[in-house]
Each structure stands twice: as C-alpha cells, then as structure tokens.
Write a protein that binds this ligand. Structure first.
Ligand code: SF4
Length: 337
C-alpha cells in the first residue's frame, strides 16, 4: 500500500506557469508534521510513503533531514519512500539523504523534451538536465519513473515523438501522463485569456496521449496513470485545457477504436463484424457515449460483440468466414501513415 502525502509546493523555487498546487492537492495545510500525523496515525500494517507535489530536489539538505525526521514515529511501519520532483537542482548531499532514508523510487517531472516549451513553462531546467539526473540517480540504485504532459503551449506531434524517443532510450520504471489543465489565477491562464495560447482540440490531445501510451505498452513500461483524478483538481478552478474525469478511459477506448479499424482494414472486412473480447473491454469498444460505434458505422462496419476468454486489450474480429486477431497495439502503425 502506498500512502500519498502531498507537500504543496514544498521546494518549488520557481512556479511553473500552469501549476497551483493549493488547488491540485485540495490542501493548504503547511504544517507538515500535522499533515503526516493525520495521514499515518491510524494506519495499520506496513506501508510505503509517496511524497508528491513540490520539488524535493529544491529543498536544502537540512530541511530534507527535518522532513524525514517527521516520519520517525512511524519508522517501523514504513517499508520505503517514493518521491516526485523536478530533475534540478541535482545535489550529491541530497541524494545521499534520500538513500539513507530508504527512498527507492524517484518520479521525475519532464512535461516535454523540447527546451523551448520547458522555458515557456518556466520549468527552469532543460531536457538535458533530465537525462543527466536520470542516469545519475539510476547509477545510485534508484528506480526512476517519468511524468509527462500533453497539450502544452506550442507543442506539436513531433514533440510527442521526441518524448517517446526519450522514453524508449531511458526505459523508465513506469510513467504517468498528465493532460494540461488551465487553472484560473495561473500565468498560463493569463496567457490563454490574452490569446497567447490557443489550445488544440481535445481529440488531438487524446491522440498525443494515446501515442505515448501505446509505445509504453509496446515497451512493457507500466503506465500507472493517465489524467488527473477528481481529488487532485478542483473543477471550479479549471478554465480550459484537457481535464476529463475519465481521461485514461478515453485514451484507451480511442486506442481500441483505431486498433479495430486497422485490423478490419488489414483483413479487408466490411459490413457486419463481431468483436470477441474480454468483458472488461466492452466500454473500450463502445467508446464514450458510443462514439466508437458511430465511427465504425461511418467506416462501413456494423459492429456487434461477444465476450470471450480473451486477455484484456486483445480481441478477435469475425466477419463471415474471415477471422482476424488483434490487440490495442494494432492502433500504433496508423500513427506512421
Ligand atoms: S509543477 Fe511541480 S515543480 Fe512546478 S510549480 Fe508545480 S509543484 Fe512546483
């Protein structure tokens, strides 16, 4: 079990233009000791602690030691820690403290590998800083995960390809994919209101997330999260962007849609077709508000379904005497056409 503790903006020496964690975490509690007590005092058994939010690497070594000191009363129950942070500043003393306090997983935030975009977001680091931190931390025995974003200002599909190339080269322990949300009161919101940032269509951002997701799947890199969950964002602060309560589902169902069309095209199927699939994948087949079914019809496929003993994410497509097998990964080649 992982117990998440959100350290709102702790260690953030600069503010990324899209971020306001007072909102993202639904917490304004700056009394960290009290926050830790509230989170842990009634917990039984062994658990892992996730220190999320903020920028742990931005803390002084003294502060970081004090932070771990707050967990002393729970020491016997804590198996290990995982933290999330920007990749800078990288500091040997800090790394040694993380090791000493049983941090095993480090999630590095890298919204984009395009330095122009990183600059625009006021991240105050480059893609090279990320790569340097990644290798340095890996050499010290940490498991490294990466947090990507989609839908950023000036982002194109080529930037997403670059993200995937870097993911392939780095081979992280797991990834998260966050769609951009424009929150009122942030510099990004100002940019948006002055028309300095015109967001692309929601579907375009779904495709970008899908491309990363499918590549991760192919590389057997776990995608632990796509989207912001309800308790991470106060909806009334969202002005625009790509927040959706079921963002991950939308991405997967779009993948399913593209995969079925690809397999049907390969097998030259048209007219009536039955998809045999795992029952968990029925919502992926149907799509949000049955959008996928409407899309199949537009492509000349009248799709029905049957459940079968299929692993999730796989299917058989049957039309007359033709039968073709597929998986959600069959959606991937359509990105290269
Ligand atoms: S995105 Fe992370 S590093 Fe940037 S301001 Fe927010 S918490 Fe700090």
């Amino acid at each position: 079990m992982i117990i998440p503790i959100f350290l709102t903006h702790l260690g953030c020496r600069d503010r990324c233009i899209y971020c306001d964690q007072g909102c993202i975490t639904s917490q304004n509690d700056i009394d960290i000791r009290r926050l830790i007590e509230q989170s842990l005092q009634h917990k039984e058994g062994l658990y892992e602690i996730g220190l999320f939010g903020g920028n742990i690497f931005g803390l002084s070594p003294e502060y970081l030691k004090r932070l771990f000191g707050h967990f002393e009363d729970y020491r016997d129950k804590i198996t290990n820690f995982r933290i999330s942070t920007k990749p800078v500043p990288l500091n040997e003393e800090l790394i040694a403290i993380l090791k000493e306090h049983r941090v095993t997983v480090i999630e590095l935030g890298i919204p984009s590998f395009n330095d122009h975009i990183l600059g625009m977001l006021n991240r105050k680091h480059t893609a090279r800083d990320l790569v340097r931190a990644y290798h340095a931390l890996k050499e010290r025995g940490f498991q490294i995960a990466l947090q990507f974003m989609v839908g950023l200002p000036d982002e194109t599909f080529d930037d997403i390809r670059e993200t995937v190339e870097n993911m392939t080269g780095l081979n992280p322990h797991y990834i998260r994919i966050y769609p951009l949300a424009i929150l009122s009161g942030t510099p990004l919101c100002g940019l948006y209101e002055e028309k300095g940032f015109i967001p692309v269509a929601f579907n375009e951002v779904l495709e970008r997330a899908l491309y990363i997701y499918l590549n991760a799947l192919q590389l057997k890199i776990k995608v632990v999260k796509m989207g912001l969950t309800d308790n991470e964002v106060l909806k009334e602060r969202i002005v625009a962007g790509y927040y959706h309560p079921a963002f991950g589902y939308l991405v997967r169902s779009h993948g399913f849609y593209r995969a079925i069309l690809a397999v049907a095209g390969r097998a030259s199927m048209s007219g009536k077709a039955t998809v045999v699939l795992n029952k968990k994948d029925i919502p992926h087949l149907l799509g949000h508000r049955r959008d996928n079914m409407k899309g199949f019809e537009e492509h000349g496929l009248a799709v029905s379904w049957e459940t079968g003993e299929m692993p999730p994410g796989t299917f058989q497509l049957v039309s007359g005497s033709t039968r073709a097998g597929g998986t959600i990964l069959d959606a991937l080649p359509s990105f290269y056409k």
